[in-house]
Design a protein around this ligand. Structure first.
Ligand code: SAM
Length: 487
């Protein structure tokens, strides 16, 4: 390992700690050094970091502010997009985009964390924020294409030339090209030719790194091409109506009044697709708990569990409660749902979300030893095991995950899944049901796990039904299997 890499890992670790504070403290305070306002956009030089390799403070200049004010009047997404097409990114936008790219590619933070940090720090118009997120997601979803166009061969090269990636992105979109200083070695003349070549290559065009291509093909064979293409596309935004507080039509109406454009989703009765670039979490409807952001495919899992009033349900890998809240709503507040996880902070998040949603039949329970599970043997009518997985079904929504080799942890993940399924399924009563689900599209984490489990549990469980949702459907990719406990 080169010295350079070691160094960047080291800073990344201390950075992550700082981010944790950012993500979980309401009292954020930026006491870092000032952003050098007179810098030009110039690749590495432009990174919003100070000499200690930490994030610097970042303020729009007066000209940026004027432009924001002008642009924020363009509340209509289409008008805003047209405006940008003519003018390209503003200087402030470029610096912000570059800082976010750097956070992920150089500091190895997740894109979600980078968004949380920067958009909390730089409060901009919701339309503008939505627009920037769209552009950055697209850059990550086709990063290999932009790297090729930028003449960058290895991921370690991305780190030194983030500015080139943004430059290549503007060229790809046919937007005015920004200034690019300190990049004398960069061949700009061949740009158009390289863009055309990359568009012609299916792997570049779908933004698929080699590790993902090898993994996807080895697991899905001929079906992979279509899914690879879908995973390189743009993700849709879905919300779930909180039926504790109202109907889907009432929610759609309230959101329209708040300037959020939605449409209903066939086959998923509580889902609305959000088609405007609105900042959902700033709406009154969100603050009042009328909806939760949840992919439509994930909502199908909630439906599949079919939790009923008065039942005792266990959500064994509840996380921050995406599905728990859906199950609680479908139980209409009657019966109990025990929400379990090994991460206490996720259960704390869940408590806050449950309060906002008005869901009062949830009992959070931390799994801090194997006894917690044993004590609940044969206690539930339904057990949902939403197992930790590779997340290959949700890559489109988390495009930065393509740039970490997901094969490294796959073996360990499969072992955890098999172990969890074996032990946690015993919490179902005889006659009760277990739903095993993942947000993976790999058979080795899905149906193959179920096959092995049934082989080891003959006479105890039988398969009722299983379902795949593939990214080519437009939703995130999921797998779900319903098992009945018979002995
Ligand atoms: C796919 S996520 C769950 C997402 C959640 N159900 C939702 O809908 O938002 C998997 C969860 O399993 C948890 N987990 C990991 N190992 C576990 C274990 N041994 N037992 C229970 N939960 C575990 C993780 O902390 C993570 O929250």
């Amino acid at each position: 390992m080169s010295f350079e890499k070691k160094e960047s890992r080291k800073t990344s670790a201390s950075y992550k700690n700082k981010n944790k504070t950012v993500a979980h403290s309401n009292n954020q305070k930026d006491n870092q050094t000032e952003f050098k306002k007179d810098r030009k956009f110039s690749g590495r030089k432009d990174f919003a970091r100070n000499s200690d390799n930490k994030r610097a403070s970042f303020k729009p200049r007066n000209t940026d502010k004027t432009r924001f004010r002008e642009e924020s009047r363009l509340a209509d997404t289409q008008a805003h997009t047209e405006h940008v097409k003519r003018k390209g990114f503003s200087e402030f936008q470029l610096r912000l985009v570059t800082s976010i790219l750097e956070d992920v590619l150089v500091m190895h933070n997740s894109l979600d964390r980078a968004y949380a940090f920067w958009f909390n720090k730089v409060k901009i118009d919701p339309v503008e924020q939505g627009f920037l997120i769209k552009q950055i997601n697209f850059m990550f979803s086709r990063l290999s294409l932009f790297a090729f166009v930028s003449n960058l061969k290895r991921p370690s090269d991305f780190e030194r030339h983030v500015g080139r990636l943004t430059f290549a992105y503007c060229a790809y979109k046919d937007w005015p090209l920004p200034e690019l200083e300190g990049e004398e070695g960069f061949d700009r003349r061949g740009l158009k030719k390289r863009i055309a070549e990359a568009k012609d290559d299916p792997l570049y065009n779908d933004g698929c790194p080699l590790w993902l291509q090898e993994l996807g093909y080895s697991e899905l064979k001929a079906k992979w091409d279509e899914e690879r293409k879908a995973l390189g596309g743009e993700s849709h935004r879905y919300i779930r109506t909180n039926t504790i507080k109202g109907t889907r039509d009432e929610l759609a109406h309230k959101l329209t009044e708040e300037g959020v454009v939605t449409k209903s989703v066939a086959g998923v009765p509580l889902a609305l697709e959000v088609t405007s670039n609105s900042a959902l979490f700033r709406t009154k409807s969100f603050k009042e708990g009328l909806f939760e952001q949840q992919d439509a495919g994930s909502q199908v899992i909630g439906q599949f569990v079919d939790a009923k009033s008065g039942e005792r349900v266990i959500d064994a890998c509840a996380g921050s409660g995406g599905k728990t809240l859906q199950l609680a709503a479908s139980m209409e507040g009657k019966g109990v749902i025990v929400a379990m996880d090994t991460e206490g902070w996720k259960l704390e998040d869940l408590k806050k979300r449950a309060k906002r949603a008005g869901a009062f039949n949830i009992e959070p329970r931390l799994i801090d030893s194997t006894k917690v599970i044993k004590r609940m043997t044969e206690s539930a009518d339904k057990v949902l095991i939403d197992a930790p997985c590779s997340g290959t079904g949700v890559i489109r929504r988390m495009p930065d995950s393509k740039w970490r080799d997901g094969r490294e942890h796959l073996k360990e993940l499969r072992e955890i899944q098999a172990d969890i399924l074996e032990r946690y399924s015993k919490m179902a009563k005889v006659g009760g049901f277990v739903v095993y689900s993942t947000c993976s599209i790999l058979p080795s984490e899905n149906e193959k796990q179920i096959e092995k489990f049934l082989e080891n549990n003959q006479g105890k469980f039988e398969l009722v039904e299983d379902k795949h949702i593939m990214p080519s459907s437009g939703f995130d990719g999921f797998y779900m299997a319903k098992l009945k406990r018979i002995g």
